[in-house]
Ligand binder design. Structure first.
Ligand code: GDP
Ligand code: MG
Length: 167
């Protein structure tokens, strides 16, 4: 199996942390400060006969007045168009305008959509899924929701297996 996987989501949800953990190396810069990833980054994971090419995207920015934001949005949008699987990373408890922007862009995509609910290590209470996420999952014919912690490595093997099933 071989294919491209885009990792999308608003800034600071943990996309680069996820990529680094999946690859087992520090490829992408992670930071508490948004906008540390300014370009699409490719990371290639080869395991036996399988090869996954991950695309870490800069995240979508709602302020379109800055040229750098427009540039980053174009990079993220083109990555999401040209891949076999899209992984939409969101935070467990926080839903912002930025998440909604990404969710709106993802509505109607044809390729498999995996919603990775990140930072589950931060919260004891595992309540229901955010209604906005449920709506997105329901609108897609084959969306899957997987709770993870990119930082602690929780459930990343499940995420990887689901990705591989789609390639
Ligand atoms: P990106 O902008 O989406 O690429 O986000 P980063 O990967 O740069 O991460 C943003 C911040 O979230 C960093 O401070 C990370 O350490 C933190 N972070 C990422 N994943 C997790 C997680 O699973 N749990 C917790 N507690 N923090 C995380
Ligand atoms: Mg990043």
């Amino acid at each position: 199996r071989c294919g491209y996987v885009a990792i999308v989501g608003r800034p600071n949800v943990g996309k680069s942390t996820l990529l680094n953990h999946l690859l087992g190396q520090k490829l992408a810069i992670t930071s508490r400060k948004p906008q540390t990833t300014r370009h699409n980054m490719l990371g290639i994971k080869t395991e036996g006969p399988n090869q996954i090419i991950f695309v870490d995207t800069p995240g979508l920015h709602s302020n379109q007045e800055k040229a750098i934001n427009r540039y980053m949005n174009r990079a993220a949008a083109s990555a999401a168009r040209d891949v076999d699987v899209v992984v939409f990373v969101v935070e467990r408890t926080r839903w912002t305008e930025g998440d909604q922007l990404v969710a709106d862009k993802l509505r109607g995509i044809k390729c498999p959509l995996i919603i990775a609910v990140n930072k589950v290590d931060q919260l004891e209470d595992k309540g229901d899924l955010l209604p906005q996420l449920q709506a997105l999952a329901d609108s897609h014919p084959r969306a899957e929701v997987i709770p993870i912690s990119a930082l602690r490595g929780i459930n990343l093997d499940t995420l990887e297996n689901v990705i591989l099933q789609h390639l």
